[in-house]
Write a protein that binds this ligand. Structure first.
Ligand SMILES: NC(=O)c1ccc[n+]([C@@H]2O[C@H](COP(=O)([O-])OP(=O)(O)OC[C@H]3O[C@@H](n4cnc5c(N)ncnc54)[C@H](OP(=O)(O)O)[C@@H]3O)[C@@H](O)[C@H]2O)c1
Length: 254
């Protein structure tokens, strides 16, 4: 039995786990940020927590690239670059941009570390070793699926970053507390940052045209759709004047 046998089992088991997480998160909101509460064990500074939990995704992808058995094509290079742009930012820049003094439970941080280790294994081993020889040849960059996927990724990245930027600007450097965000996509939904993040990994799934890519999209929806519902309900409860027409995650729909 080769690695692919175990890889395939891990992928299937974790799709099932994603389904359980998706349902559970509608009942238990992950206790970080505005939903932080006590009773989840030791806490860690949020900035450090973000750095520790996201950096394995960047570092391990480099490792899988280095030990990979595929010849590096322009397609693989492009996929590696967009992955690293996302994760170098999320691990090493985003934590120092946030204007937040909250702490997160160490248990939440470790569950995210665990997810990033599994997910990066699924993505990295697929791209650089386990995929069919011809899957990511240089010709793949001209395929409409690759072009459309990359375009969706870039649009999602832009939306995610702009939405997070707008949230940051709600607080002055030493301020804490929450305000009603407004303008741009916030006029339609409470969580455009999550909407953008979901688009990014939808684009990744299309550009890689793989179960590995789909796996990441499924996990992103499983994490962020219930959290968007919780954030939306939280805004409505905290701010009686919260815009009533605003949806949680999908403009005009949901
Ligand atoms: N791929 C995935 O599965 C996944 C999972 C989780 C997160 N993410 C991404 O990670 C990033 C952060 O996620 P998050 O859940 O922490 O997002 P979030 O709850 O929207 O918070 C983002 C930042 O903005 C601040 N903030 C939020 N709402 C605010 C308001 N109304 N007034 C003032 N400040 C406000 C938060 O401060 P506080 O910390 O003080 O609340 C935090 O620093 C997002 O881009 C998200 O897409 C991805």
């Amino acid at each position: 039995m080769g690695e692919f046998f175990f890889y395939d089992i891990i992928l299937k088991v974790f799709v099932f786990v994603a389904l359980i997480i998706f349902i559970s998160l509608f009942f238990i909101t992950a206790p970080y940020g505005r939903h932080t509460k006590s009773g989840w064990g030791p806490m860690i500074n949020s900035r450090l927590g973000w750095l520790i939990m996201e950096s394995p995704a960047s570092l391990m992808m480099f490792l899988y690239f280095i030990i990979g058995t595929r010849t590096t094509t322009v397609t693989l290079a492009a996929l590696l670059i967009v992955w690293q742009i996302h994760y170098l930012h999320r691990s090493f820049i985003y934590p120092f941009q946030i204007r937040s003094n909250t702490k997160m439970p160490v248990s939440i941080m470790f569950s995210a570390v665990f997810f990033n280790i599994v997910n990066t294994y699924i993505q990295g081993r697929w791209l650089f070793s386990l995929s069919p020889d011809s899957a990511y040849s240089s010709e793949w960059i001209y395929d409409p699926r690759f072009i459309a996927g990359m375009l969706i990724f870039v649009i999602g990245f832009y939306i995610n970053k702009k939405a997070d930027f707008i949230l940051r600007r709600l607080r002055k450097p030493d301020e804490s507390g929450y305000k009603i965000p407004g303008g741009w996509l916030y006029e339609y939904i409470s969580c455009p940052n999550y909407f953008g993040e979901m688009l990014e990994w939808l684009g990744w799934a299309i550009a890689t045209w793989s179960f590995a890519g789909l796996f990441f999209f499924i996990w992103t929806v499983a994490n962020l759709a219930p959290r968007a519902v919780s954030n939306h309900a939280w805004y409505r409860e905290k701010f009686p004047d919260y815009p009533s027409k605003r949806k949680a995650l999908l403009p005009l729909l949901y």
